[in-house]
Design a protein around this ligand. Structure first.
Ligand code: KG4
Ligand code: ZN
Length: 335
């Protein structure tokens, strides 16, 4: 079965064709980083307009790369949320048009669920359940029990900034570019992670929830003095590296501690991780070293927003309920 997937939830316009949930035949991601980096973050209206301009060539390029024709497609899948309303509408309307013209079913997919599926589809072996799922992206930070593909229980989430957002905001405070995660990781490699005693936040009576707004403020006060009004001292390159290393260590120590705690609440056979932050090599090494069960990661091309995870997950939604006339964008969507 060939499924064509479309992803436009935020600032990547992506299309992929996936065979039987695993084999990627065509895969295109058009990033908008050039458009948004000058603003230090995603500008929703600009994102929607770029999606409109680029979606058709992105789909055409993917079909050409796959060696198939549109007539070979068995179903169309689209990320229906969570995401930016205007951005979602572009992908959904395009997918509806395609599904209608091909007379094939349309399947609406939860983008966050698809991030976890990216780790499952990246393995050669069958998934192990029950397992712990961890989504670490620019918009989400979630811990879930995975009983099967499509059967989850949310056990922890962020109450303020998402983890990727925390990296992006930290980079902004430090005068680094956007997106912040990869830049902080690069500087952190040269720094001492124990120079600054940063710590992830704890949420009262909700030990598996995350809070990253405090650590961001702590970083701000460290570089600009109390209340963030002036610079205490110029940041030398060595200080910058130590700040990045300490920030990264604190954030990932917090994720590790909450992962350990989550693993005490049920018997998990494995951990599946997804989302842009899982590109981070320090995080991968930390999990491999510290945890007693295997961690499974998306291949590097499936960490950031992409449509292969959308088309791949859709395969597991059979028997299909055709959402051609009912699909709605959902800016917020329960896991
Ligand atoms: O999954 P994603 O494309 O976006 C959402 O669905 O929200 O992830 C983007 C996020 C950005 O916040 C970016 O800073 C972060 O992933 N990121 C990283 C790294 N690469 C990307 N964070 C930490 N380390 C990295 N190497
Ligand atoms: Zn995402």
């Amino acid at each position: 079965m060939y499924i064509l997937g479309i992803e436009t939830t935020c600032d990547e316009t992506a299309c992929a064709i996936v065979q039987d949930g695993f084999e990627i035949l065509g895969h295109t991601i058009s990033s908008q980083i050039d458009l948004h980096s000058v603003f230090g973050g995603v500008v929703p209206e600009l994102a929607s307009r770029r999606h409109i301009d680029i979606i058709r060539p992105v789909v055409e390029q993917t079909v050409a790369e796959s060696g198939l024709t549109l007539r070979d497609i068995d179903a169309v899948a689209v990320a229906k949320g969570p995401g930016l309303i205007g951005a979602l509408l572009v992908g959904i309307h395009f997918a509806q048009g395609l599904s209608w013209s091909l007379q094939k079913p349309l399947i609406g997919i939860n983008h966050i669920e698809a991030h976890l599926y990216a780790a499952i589809m990246s393995q050669k072996t069958a998934p192990l359940f029950p397992s712990l799922g961890i989504v670490l992206s620019g918009g989400h930070t979630s811990l879930v029990k995975i009983f099967d593909i499509g059967n989850y229980e949310l056990i922890g989430e962020t109450i303020d900034d998402a983890i990727g957002e925390a990296f992006d905001k930290a980079a902004k405070i430090l005068g680094l570019g956007y997106p912040g995660g990869p830049i902080i990781e690069t500087h952190a490699r040269e720094g001492n992670p124990h120079t600054y005693p940063f710590k992830g936040g704890q949420v009262k009576k909700r030990p598996l929830d995350f809070s990253f707004s405090g650590i961001k403020t702590k970083l701000l006060y460290t570089v600009r003095g109390q209340n963030g009004v002036h610079e205490t001292e110029p940041i030398t390159p060595a200080m910058l590296n130590d700040l990045c290393a300490s920030f990264q260590r604190a954030v990932f120590d917090d994720v590790l501690a909450k992962t350990r705690l989550a693993l005490t609440t049920f018997t998990a056979h494995a951990i599946y991780l997804g989302g842009g932050v899982t590109q981070n090599k320090y995080l991968r090494a930390l999990f491999e070293k510290e945890l007693p069960i295997p961690s499974y990661w998306p291949s590097f091309s499936l960490c950031l927003d992409n449509a292969a995870m959308i088309a791949g997950l859709a395969f597991h939604k059979q028997p299909f309920t055709d959402e051609l006339l009912t699909v709605q964008p959902e800016t917020r969507m329960p896991f």
